[in-house]
Design a protein around this ligand. Structure first.
Ligand code: VGL
Ligand code: ZN
Length: 188
């Protein structure tokens, strides 16, 4: 379990898409997606104690988004703006200072990465963040894309493996290999 000493100056915690639609009972459920919430709460608590910034991304699609299967896309309709499905999991204990990063709002294409035209890289640079701890949903989709972009931005990237789950097991193991090849440090 993390504690205050896990973190140092220049760190940030980045939690990806822990929303109801990605949890059991949601529109695009990930097996045991909700099981990461208690683990994330430990990380949030440790980050708070260390005075480390916390960013939480959310998938935030307009109705009839082009990524929905009804529109020829790859996914069932999910995370529609302001719906219950788009809300963060109710047991995720987000502190008041946590900063929300909204993505998936573009009409013309999907945005899997929390860095994709959100300005997040500039924000982290402005705050002198050099190392990010990444977790959330889904390992093989938005966590993968976010961690790869973070590495491309030159950040030191740590993936919290116990606090992420994949859409498919095969996709999850492929993503882990790919992330390690990209220099991401996978925390067992
Ligand atoms: C995601 C599928 C579609 C994710 C978002 O957050 O991993 N997956 N949209
Ligand atoms: Zn989506």
């Amino acid at each position: 379990m993390p504690d205050k000493a896990t973190f140092r100056k220049g760190d940030a915690l980045l939690i990806v898409d822990v929303q109801n639609d990605f949890c059991p009972g949601g529109a695009l459920p990930i097996e045991a997606g909700d099981a990461i919430v208690p683990v994330l709460n430990e990380w949030i608590n440790a980050a708070e104690n260390a005075g480390i910034r916390i960013y939480v991304s959310r998938d935030w699609h307009p109705e009839s988004h082009m990524s929905f299967d009804s529109e020829g896309g790859a996914w069932p309709p999910h995370c529609i703006q302001d719906s219950d499905g788009a809300a963060f999991h109710s047991e995720l204990s987000l502190p008041a200072g946590a900063v929300i990063v909204t993505k998936g709002t573009r009409f013309d294409r999907d945005q899997y990465s929390a860095f994709d035209e959100t300005g997040l890289a500039d924000e982290l640079a402005r705050r002198n963040v050099r190392r990010v701890w990444i977790a959330g949903l889904a390992l093989d989709v938005c966590v993968r894309a976010t961690a790869l972009d973070a590495a491309k931005e030159g950040l030191e990237v740590h993936l919290i493996k116990t606090a992420t789950r994949p859409v498919t097991l095969e996709g999850g193991s492929k993503a882990l290999e790919e992330l390690e090849r990209a220099g991401v440090i996978v925390e067992e």
